[in-house]
Write a protein that binds this ligand. Structure first.
Ligand SMILES: *Cc1c(COP(=O)(O)O)cnc(C)c1O
Length: 469
């Protein structure tokens, strides 16, 4: 299994190189040279089997020779065995033909654990084989940082540095990062916004002498291995609810276009998926692009669903690559024009191709709170604001005739991670699960820095010097 860059300027690479690099050296994103296939019989046979076994079978298609299926099975058993729910990714029926897929039973209560936990082990194996160390740096609006720290804290060959915008993540999100007591974890609160954090990360990667000195790498959702791991729950869902040959649609709360693209990848592998619903909040660039053809970022608006407060959806480039007939030169041209003009247009043909697989819906703040309330009144259960965006979109898309048949809505975070929005909508404050009960009693550790690349660099270099002594 080989991977190539969407922009065509990097040599073909194997899974392990793609895993460790994240971004391709020409600034493009890695995609498989051709889609691996899983036959209808094999996919149907997943029904009732343990999640970890299915994960190993599906991931094995992407790893090629880099990891044996036996090793993947061991890792997957370890990772998913530690999830709070026996089904790992349980489906809850909420209507005649509607289900919610709960993806928040991992250690940091958001779907990011599914891929990040696996990545921790894959990194560990790969770096041990190579005798190398890495510094992983991540900017977070809340969920990615906690998932990355939890996944990488036991990796001897990795230092993990997480930047979060001071005062702009929820207390639960911050404490899940800052109360982890491990020598290789460094949290930095940045006096600024999430965009400032992301700009610092990009500037540190661009500072080649520094990046090479500390061997900088990243784990955000441009890393192919994360998307590969996220295809698995699409397979388990279809196996659980579809009759033979029956198609299922999914509605996915979307920010960076990672999770919903994983659904698209599963479809390309042969899974019986009808359509994928792209559900966005007020930061609706993807909905506007799909409805009008204009891919034009606006200013980021803070919402109740902060993990989707993103304007440039990085993984969209991977879809463009397919939509543009896998013509890397054409994609490079489009992305260069986008960088120059700050926007790009989709042709009628490109939009029509996208519409074969995707529909979209944008959901405002009032609709988000109303959906949390409605869901609570109808089912007695609480959902988080990201899930509410998707659930509202699913109902709307069905009513509008854009989706029919069986629909699975992805539930990406536990309601207790967003207690303010949930209690504002319902008057009920969601409880943290038992494993996190003492979160507010543990001491926090973090550095602070101004929104300045040099300040962050100094902290990282000081830590590296301290570790050597
Ligand atoms: C990251 C995140 C999303 C968005 O996922 P993408 O892969 O960026 O589209 C949705 N919901 C929650 C809770 C998240 O943490």
């Amino acid at each position: 299994m080989k991977y190539r860059s969407t922009r065509g300027g990097a040599p073909a690479a194997g899974f392990e190189d793609v895993l460790l690099a994240g971004l391709a050296p020409d600034g493009g994103l890695y995609v498989p040279e051709s889609w691996p296939r899983i036959s209808a019989e094999e996919a149907a046979g997943f029904r009732g089997r343990p999640y970890g076994e299915i994960a190993a079978a599906v991931m094995g298609r992407f790893t090629g020779g880099a990891f044996t299926e036996a090793r993947l099975s061991e890792i997957a058993r370890e990772v998913y065995g530690a999830f709070e729910h026996d089904d790992v990714a349980p489906l809850v029926r909420v209507g005649e033909e509607d289900w919610i897929l709960e993806l928040f039973h991992g250690p940091t209560l958001a779907f990011k654990d599914f891929a990040m936990q696996l990545l921790g082990w894959l990194f560990d194996d790969a770096l041990s084989r190579r005798g190398e160390r890495l510094t992983i740096i991540a900017a977070t609006s809340g969920d990615t940082g906690a998932a990355a720290i939890e996944a990488l804290k036991r990796c001897r060959q990795i230092d993990i540095v997480v930047l979060h915008p001071e005062g702009r993540v929820t207390d639960v999100q911050r404490r899940m990062m800052t109360t982890v007591d491990a020598p290789n974890v460094c949290n930095i609160a940045i006096e600024g916004s999430f965009d400032d954090c992301q700009a610092i990360v990009k500037a540190l990667f661009a500072d080649r002498p520094f990046a090479e000195k500390v061997r900088l790498s990243g784990v955000n959702s441009i890393n192919w291995a994360r998307l590969a791991a996220q295809t698995v729950y699409y397979f388990t869902s279809v196996a659980a609810i579809a009759a033979q040959g029956e198609k299922v649609s999914f509605v996915v709360p979307t920010g960076n276009f990672g999770d919903v693209y994983a659904g698209y990848a599963a479809k390309k592998m042969g899974l019986n998926i009808d359509r994928l619903g792209v559900a966005v909040n007020a930061n609706d660039i993807l909905h506007r692009a799909m409805s009008t053809g204009a891919y034009a970022p606006a200013a980021v608006a803070p919402t109740f669903s902060p993990s989707m407060d993103i304007q440039v959806a990085s993984n969209f480039e991977r879809l463009l690559f397919d939509v543009m007939n896998r013509d890397a030169a054409a994609v490079r041209g489009k992305m260069t024009a986008f960088a120059r003009d700050g926007e790009m247009g989709l042709s009628e043909t490109e939009r029509a191709r996208i519409a074969e697989d995707f529909v979209s819906c944008s959901v405002n703040e009032a609709e988000t709170l109303a959906e949390i309330k409605r869901h609570n009144e109808e089912t007695g259960a609480l959902i988080d604001p990201h899930t509410a965006v998707a659930r509202h979109a699913a109902r709307h898309l069905r009513q509008a005739g854009a989706l029919d048949g069986k629909i699975v809505t992805l539930s990406t975070a536990h309601p207790a991670k967003f207690p303010d929005a949930v209690s504002r909508a319902t008057g009920v404050k969601p409880d943290l699960p038992p494993a996190h009960e003492n979160l507010f009693d543990l001491p926090e550790a973090m550095a602070r820095a101004s929104a300045d690349k040099e300040a962050v660099k100094r902290i990282i270099l000081d830590r590296a010097a301290g570790a050597k002594r």
